[in-house]
Each structure stands twice: as C-alpha cells, then as structure tokens.
Design a protein around this ligand. Structure first.
Ligand SMILES: [Zn+2]
Length: 364
C-alpha cells in the first residue's frame, strides 16, 4: 500500500495517483481557496428578494455544522425569508434533531420535515447494501429529490447548500450519485415494486438532462453554495459561532467523522473501510493536514486512536434496523468495490471524463 508523503491517504482511494515526491493527486492539485466575492452573493440574494415570493431561500438542514451555519447566515446575517427543510433518512441522530429544533426556534423560520415510506426506505437500503455495499448513494438521491421537490412546490427562488470549498472528498469519487446506477442495482430486486422505487425517488423522471433544462428555465430555484463566495471561518470557529448563535451542539462520540447527523454513518464508514481499504476518517484528517490545522504526525496519532478496524458501537442496532443478518453482512464485506461504476448516466460519464481530463492537465 502506498501512502501519500504529505497527507495520510492511501492508494486504495479510487483514482488516486502519486507524483515523484510521493504526494497524492489530491495534495498536488490543491490550490488556495479564493472566494467568488460577497458582493456577488449579495446580488444573488437581492435578485431573489426582488421576486417577492413567500420565501427568498430554501435551506436544507441536517443539524450538522455546515447546514446550521448556512441557516445562521441566511436568516440572521442576510435576513432572508427562509424556508428550512430536513429529509429524514431514517437515521437522523438525537443530537442532530435537537440541533434542528433549537435552530428553528432561535431563527423563527418555517421548517418542514420530509420522510420516505419507512418500510420502502428500509427495503431500498437493505437491497442496496447487499448488492453494492453502499447505502449512502441511495440516501443522497432521495435527499436531493426531496430538496428539489420542496423548492418547486413552494416556488422558492433560491436553494442554499452547505457544501464547503474546504470539505474533504470523503464521499467521492465512487459515489457520484446517479439515478441510472440506482435503478440498475435494484432492477431484479423481488421485494420492491416499480411504484415503490419511483415513490422513493419522488421525482421519478428525474435525470440530469431534464433537471438541467428545468433549472435553465427557472422551474427549479437557483442552487447556490454560499461558502464558495465568502471568506469562511475555520471549522473550529464555525462551530463556535453556531454554538453561540444557534444553540448548536456536537456529538463527541469517536465513531463519527464529521457526519454525526446520521447514526448509520459509523456503520457505512466501517463497511467502506472493509470493502475499499480507506474510509472517511483518513480523508478528513488528510484534509485537515492540507489546511494546516494538524501535522501529519498528529493525524496518524488521531487515526490510530480511532480503531477503524473495530465495529462501531451501534453495529448490531443498524443491522437490526436494516433487517440484515451477520451472515449476509459477511458477504457484503467481501464485495468488490466499484463494481457498478460503469452503470451511470451519460451526463455523469461526461462529467467524470471532464474531471479526469482536468486532473491530467493539471498534473502535467
Ligand atoms: Zn496527499
């Protein structure tokens, strides 16, 4: 196994290459973040407010750090009329739920919960896990569909995502979410009807082309990532701001990476480690090294203390929820990684080729 000489990521991470200094392609392609400018962001907000709709912006809220910070910016700093929404993926943690409730109470914004049919949701996760070893992809597809559906139904001109330019690529590159792949994996599944699968996706005819067109025609609110426009506080400072202003709290259980809003996260991370040989703690610490928040030595020390090879404390609880046996799990942990990688839509294939070409040109 080759490990990057600068961060701690290894060559099990799909698509990673190393230069002559032993630095990984993520480290060597890292550029200093330059915000697009607060003036541009204010202009976008001004245009949305001028539309005089019931709401200026939709904020998807998971109760985690980034989305709570976006709600703080939208409601308290930029004083927008906000509609907040949460997609309950069936694994929402108690801490996240409490964070959501406090944030809504403090800001006084309107908030809606969206839920899939619990039984269908479980069947989707169970089948996705048994066949591909991944449930995060299916969750992400439903989350995005619900966000777009709420934005369309409530005619909200803006959707504000918490995606951060400093975020580690821990869910990428193998899980670029794709409806075609989702449908392909579940095509022969006996216990899910076509209607159940369509209902789970919500926007059943959703494909990248139709979404692109609807966005261009203004049928879907403009999707904006505010953290790409402004100088951001560090991760630590961001936490301090929302603790003070939004009553936000962090879950300190060591099983979790950043995504403590989902109780299945340590489980999915463990499965990822077993199947791929890398997981999100490595990505997260590597990113902290690149941002000069910790030294490489400190990252190795923290990573060793995480005991990634041990099952997380709620492992059996998650198996029980998913109705998966230990024996079935043994087969899951032996699955080959990336076996459905080619079953993606044309749009995603073009997108992936573009990213690869960009990386290749950069590394020359
Ligand atoms: Zn690296």
């Amino acid at each position: 196994m080759t490990v990057c000489s600068k961060c701690i990521i290894n060559d099990n991470y799909p698509g990673l290459t190393f230069n002559s200094k032993g630095e990984c392609s993520i480290c060597s392609s890292q550029k200093a973040f330059k915000p697009l400018g607060e003036d541009k962001l204010k202009e976008i907000f001004k245009n949305a407010v001028a539309k005089n709709c019931s709401y200026d912006a939709l904020v998807p809220l998971s109760g985690g750090k980034d989305s709570t910070y976006i709600l703080y910016l939208a409601a308290k700093v930029y004083k927008l009329k906000v509609l907040a929404m949460t997609y309950d993926n069936g694994f929402l943690s108690k801490t996240a739920l409490e964070n959501i409730n406090r944030a809504i109470e403090i800001t006084g914004v309107k908030h809606v919960f969206c839920k899939a049919d619990a039984e269908v949701q479980k069947k989707v996760y169970r089948n996705m896990l048994l066949k591909s070893g991944d449930i995060c992809g299916a969750c992400d597809i439903a989350t995005i569909s619900h966000i777009l559906k709420v934005a369309m139904d409530s005619k909200v001109p803006l959707i504000l995502y918490g995606t951060s330019p400093l975020e580690e690529d821990s869910f990428i590159p193998d899980s670029i979410q794709d409806i075609s792949r989702f449908k392909y994996i579940l095509k022969d599944v006996k216990d899910l009807t076509k209607k159940e699968k369509d209902d789970y996706i919500i926007l059943k005819n959703r494909n990248e082309w139709s979404l692109f067109l609807q966005k261009k025609l203004g049928k879907i609110g403009l999707e904006v990532r505010p953290l790409f426009y402004i100088d951001n506080p560090s991760d630590k400072e961001m936490g301090e701001i929302i603790m003070r202003e939004m009553g936000w709290q962090e879950d300190s259980c060591k099983d979790f990476t950043k995504h403590f809003d989902c109780i299945a996260e340590p489980f999915t991370n463990y499965v990822r480690y077993k199947i791929y040989g890398y997981e999100r703690h490595i990505c997260q610490y590597s990113n902290m090294i690149r941002r000069n928040e910790i030294t490489r030595e400190k990252a190795i020390e923290m990573y060793n203390a995480d005991c990634i090879e041990e099952k997380p404390s709620n492992y059996n609880e998650i198996l029980h929820i998913l109705n998966v046996t230990e024996a079935e799990m043994e087969s899951v942990l032996r699955l080959k990684p990336l076996q459905f990688e080619n079953h993606t839509s044309k749009m995603n294939k073009i997108f992936i080729s573009f990213v690869k070409l960009k990386q290749k040109l950069h590394n020359k």
